[in-house]
Design a protein around this ligand. Sequence first.
Ligand SMILES: *Cc1c(COP(=O)(O)O)cnc(C)c1O
Length: 418
Amino acid sequence: MEEGSTKWNFRGNEELNPEFSFSIKGVLNKLMKNLNETDHRPIIPLGRADPSASPCFRTTPIAEDAVIDAVRSGKFNSYAPNVGILPTRRSIAEYLSHDLPYKLSPDDVYLTAGGKQAIEVILTVLARPGANILLPRPGYPRYEARAALSHLEVRHFDLLPKKGWEVDLDGVGALADDKTVAMVIVNPGNPCGNVFTYEHLQKVAETARKLGILVIADEVYGHLAFGSTPFVPMAVFGSTVPILTLGSISKRWFVPGWRLGWIVTSDPGGFLKKYGIVECIKDYFNITSGPVTFTQGAFPQILARTSDDFFLKTINVLREAADICYDRLEEIPCITCPHKPEGAMFLLAKLNLSLLEGINDDMEFCLKLAKEESVIILPGIAVGLKNWVRITFAIEPSSLEDGLGRIKEFYLRNAKKN
Ligand SMILES: *Cc1c(COP(=O)(O)O)cnc(C)c1O
């Protein structure tokens, strides 16, 4: 068909363009395009958080069987209620209530297609005209991307590397005004691999209360803590400040493709209901689709039957991998990690580019590393910190050793000669 004199009115929405909203996938795709096809060594993917391909992070057969049983039962073929099926919401309420000083009800739980849809729902609900939200820097860029699409203004507070990536609470106070609706914390942390202490979370809650804002607690890495700081759910402070907790099966069970997550309102004071947040969340679920029904149907079995051995084994592998990563980096002068990871799957480290020849920033570093060594790591710019890098250690320890060895070779080859 010729275009002729027709004037087509449609255009792509440029707000979806990765040039406008940084996405981890967009940056990683760029790195993958820069690989050297004549390098026959295996590619070492330390850029993204999907360990499911590594045999040591295969999920438990309990979970696989539960999904098979759910499919075969024939009970989960119809549409689910918009907010998710009741037995699953009930089992999640019970699962999370274990660690809380009060009981959650199934009505506090909304099932989502993974943590990412939970982010989409929450940010859409909060995006009233003129509102702003406080996000951590470094952070998880999906929040910025979703906020941009909803025209929700973003303001960044810092996480402080010298204080184990704690929130700069004075900075939070200085950023907020009467249009600020919420602050986000990610715990255990992506991209920093930190775990907040009880005392620090308490201060976060008190700060948010003083400012009259709610706390969005992204706990998709909940319980993946292997250092000396135990994981404490933010909802412990639900009586101080209203909390929206985000969770997911993706990370603790290593099945990100299954797309099951949740939003939980932890708010014994009832403020989320009083000020219309709960109603709005329900309204949003009326115009979106949640997770497939058979993973919903399987989840109560998965929660009830996954053994402590599975959790213990995977935590031990993560601890070992974090140790390898941290120790090997100590041997590479141009990369400094200020804080050994204690949770999640990442380590964030600073580049000292003055030690290298002809590499001017983190993106160049990662592009050149991909080309010369077939190792993929994430430039810090993708998570809000220029000239840092995020390395995922949730991979087979032998591949991790291989990858870090190659990064050391890369350093030696590109180091400034004096
Ligand atoms: C992976 C991740 C999510 C998204 O979880 P999915 O269940 O994979 O959608 C949300 N927040 C953070 C911080 C993550 O790392």
